[in-house]
Design a protein around this ligand. Structure first.
Ligand code: BGC
Length: 752
């Protein structure tokens, strides 16, 4: 639809319905609404992109009957067409709000969220979200279901890819940066509503299996899991989403304590709360309601405002109100929150505000892709660089081997909207462009998985041309042949995009066997091997760490994947990514996280087995790569840790300073990390907690002093009575390049 037509349409409609008049108020609108129309606002239907089994039957008729308040998973022309029905054919002309999972990009795909988090660069994360929101808003989208604030300590869980990792404080900083990026000041047509999800604790399913049971103490929940949701609420996120899982034997979709007491009363959330996909129906499967009506009543009474596609509210709530099972005031409250959201988004003034087809050609622009390339390079974590195998010197003969080197669409990762016109750059393309095609030879070598049927089931993209018709022996021989003629082997291995993300848990999280087997043969050639891992989760890299020269963790980096990796491999960009999750040595160490408790029988991180101590017989306690870890080309030296005072009163801010020296010949972007340990508490406290960080550029051959602020208000925790307290006593302060105890400088102070 043309812009002029849309503008004229919206102006006329606004005048007719009175929404443009100054005295338009939600109160006056609600005074005109019937009970059914109010419940209609609480109903969200799905458009043509499905992420569950519920489909969109009769969507247009339901909209024109005033039974729908929102649509998810529609874009472009279908948004405009459905909006037209809502504003022209319903009695009150209330516009719909269109939501979509703009998780890590739109036409321009950014790295998966876990990768973006590894940048520790809040500014670039905000910028990436701004671009994603801007692109989506041109295509009708007013609302994204981001940020995912779920702390995850179990890399078997596929959705670890969608979050910021294992740390509450860092998770909170990143969630707030995402909200800022998407929502801005809500004064531009490119600012869209954010959604705090999945409330709550969805990242802690037992055994790492998606949708599985979550159980933990309330105290653990408050101290270790709620912070990122809270930070996103404080950043002003307009909406929140309840999660699929149960907690304390009650699905979150009908958990009044969580949705009302914790989210609203304690955290102060005032926005609109939507369920997760068809989650009201899932209350039946959980066994917490006998039928859809009971499930809907429980959800409404627990504080859910909008039903995502279950059609429980729209089919049962009016009767439930008439029967006295739900107070009409609850419906009024929910409807008001939906209308307020639409008002804040400016949809009453212009229902087509978010449809700007004339701007769509700007999506995927060179400028936006430059942001994706920058974000991509910043997200990469260099895990190993033996004998300085990296960066690759110009003129070297490079053998690129591995099934992920040329699969473009797999680079978009688990939850980017599939780009319409811009295919992601592969590693092969990136390296050929950077090092010259004549220096870069490619052989697939093997498949991602052993089994064609399974690979086809898991991968949506580019199923053709994967070489299934070629005998695996031939693939392998080709790879070994180019490897033997090369100066260095770059092995591109790991996971397909859909091996992580929703419904993609894995029990064995090593690099799948056909690839690992090939890697062993590549190492056996005696040539230097750089392993580039593409993945949505931490993989177990025990063998790789021992046997490969260089390991570059490249996640799924989006549109500019190949270029961003080439930037790092060539040394054009000095890698600066640092892990935000611990990488276990084996699955048996899971759950593994740096901020664990000490226990009554503590063991050193690398202490060998001794009976009656808290460790394993067959593996040390330390992860393979700890939280905060990552290498650069060159190493910054830390010294002179100083605190502004050895004593502080509650409410004081301490200044913590440390000296950095970069003796190398390259500038290094260093992330200075500040951890504390509360030595004695009324309840036990973790051995380390991140309380601050600063990213600085330390110029080649230079020294600098970095100061970080330590706010004593941040030293508190929820005690046994679930009250937030800051307790006096001694605190250790640790500063360094990662959470690895061996790398940290230490000091301490007393809080009086
Ligand atoms: C996911 C949510 C998502 C929703 C809407 C669900 O399956 O759990 O994260 O926002 O679908 O697409």
């Amino acid at each position: 639809m043309k812009k002029t037509l849309l503008t004229t349409l919206s102006l006329c409609l606004a005048m007719v319905s009175g929404f443009a008049q100054e005295n338009f108020s939600i109160d006056s609108l609600m005074a005109k609404m019937t009970l059914e129309e109010k419940i209609g606002q609480m109903n969200q239907l799905v458009g043509n992109i499905l992420t569950g089994s519920i489909s969109n039957s009769g969507i247009k008729a339901k909209i024109s009957a005033g039974q729908v308040g929102s649509i998810l998973n529609a874009r472009g022309e279908s948004v405009a067409a459905l909006q037209k029905i809502a504003v022209e054919q319903t009695r009150l002309g209330i516009p719909l709000v269109f939501g979509l999972d703009v998780i890590h990009g739109y036409e321009t795909c950014f790295p998966i969220p876990l990768a973006m988090a590894s940048s520790w660069n809040l500014e670039t994360i905000t910028e990436a979200c701004q671009v994603a929101g801007q692109e989506a808003s041109r295509d009708g989208i007013a609302w994204t279901f981001t940020p995912m604030c779920d702390i995850a300590r179990d890399p078997r869980w596929g959705r670890i890819a969608e979050g910021a990792g294992e740390d509450p404080y860092l998770g909170g900083e990143i969630a707030a940066a995402q909200v800022r990026g998407f929502q801005g000041n809500l004064d531009k047509p490119t600012d869209i509503a954010a959604c705090v999800k999945h409330f709550a604790l969805y990242g802690a399913p037992q055994a790492g299996r998606d949708y599985y049971t979550v159980d933990m103490s309330r105290q653990q929940m408050f101290n270790e899991y709620l912070w990122p949701y809270h930070a996103a609420v404080k950043a002003g996120a307009l909406t929140a989403m309840s999660s699929f899982n149960e907690f304390e034997s009650l699905p979150l979709t009908c958990h009044k304590y969580m949705l009302q007491t914790v989210l609203r009363d304690i955290m102060g959330f005032q926005g609109m709360l939507v369920t997760d996909y068809a989650a009201i129906r899932e209350i039946l499967q959980h066994g917490a309601a006998a039928d859809l009506k009971e499930a809907s009543v429980r959800s409404a009474n627990a504080g859910v405002d909008m039903d995502m596609v279950a059609e429980g509210f729209s089919t049962t709530l009016a009767d439930a109100v008439r029967e006295g099972l739900v107070d009409e005031a609850i419906v009024d409250r929910a409807c008001r929150r939906v209308l307020e959201l639409k008002k804040k988004l400016g949809l009453f003034e212009n229902p087509y505000k978010y449809n700007r087809p004339e701007e769509l050609e700007l999506n995927g622009s060179a400028q936006n892709r430059a942001v994706a390339r920058k974000m991509g390079a910043q997200s990469i974590v260099l895990l190993k660089n033996e004998s300085e195998v990296l960066p690759l010197a110009p003129g070297k003969k490079i053998a690129v081997v591995g099934p992920l080197a040329d699969l473009s669409m797999e680079m978009i990762g688990c939850w980017a909207v599939r780009p319409q016109n811009h295919r992601p750059v592969t590693l092969l393309q990136g390296l050929q462009q950077r090092f010259g095609a004549e220096n870069v030879k490619f052989a697939r070598g093997c498949h991602v998985l052993e089994n064609e049927a399974l690979e086809n089931q898991i991968s949506f993209h580019d199923r053709k041309d994967r070489g299934w018709d070629i005998p695996s022996d031939k693939l392998r021989k080709e790879a070994l042949s180019i490897a033997k003629k090369s100066d260095v082997i770059v092995a591109a291995m790991g996971e397909l995009a859909e091996m992580s993300g929703e419904g993609s848990s894995r029990a064995d999280i090593t690099i799948p066997e056909p690839q690992r087997g090939l890697l062993k043969e590549l190492v056996a050639t005696g040539k230097p091997v750089v392993l580039v891992v593409m993945s949505g989760r931490p993989l177990i890299l025990d063998w790789e760490d021992e046997n490969v020269d260089g390991i570059v963790y490249a996640w799924h980096l989006g549109s500019e994947a190949g270029n961003a990796i080439a930037d790092v491999l060539s040394g054009d960009v000095n890698p600066s990514g640092r892990l935000t999750v611990s990488f276990p040595r084996c699955v048996g160490q899971i759950p593994i996280h740096y901020n664990h408790k000490n226990t009554g029988r503590p063991a050193g991180d690398f202490q060998p087995y001794k009976k009656y101590i808290s460790l394993y017989q067959d593996v040390v306690n330390a992860p393979l790569y700890p939280f905060g870890y990552g290498l650069s080309y060159g190493k910054v030296e830390y010294s002179d840790l100083k605190l502004s005072s050895a004593k502080a009163a509650v409410g004081d801010k301490l200044s913590v300073s440390v000296k950095l020296k970069n003796p190398s010949e390259r500038d290094i972007t260093e992330t200075v990390q500040l951890y504390i340990r509360d030595k004695v508490g009324s309840i036990t406290r973790p051995v380390k907690e991140l309380k601050g960080f600063r990213q600085v550029c330390v110029k080649a051959g230079s020294e600098m002093t970095v100061e970080l602020e330590l706010d004593s208000a941040k030293l508190g925790f929820y005690n046994s009575e679930l009250q937030y307290v800051v307790e006096p006593g001694e605190f250790d302060v640790m500063v360094g390049p990662s959470s690895d105890s061996r790398s940290l400088l230490r000091s301490s102070f007393v809080l009086e």
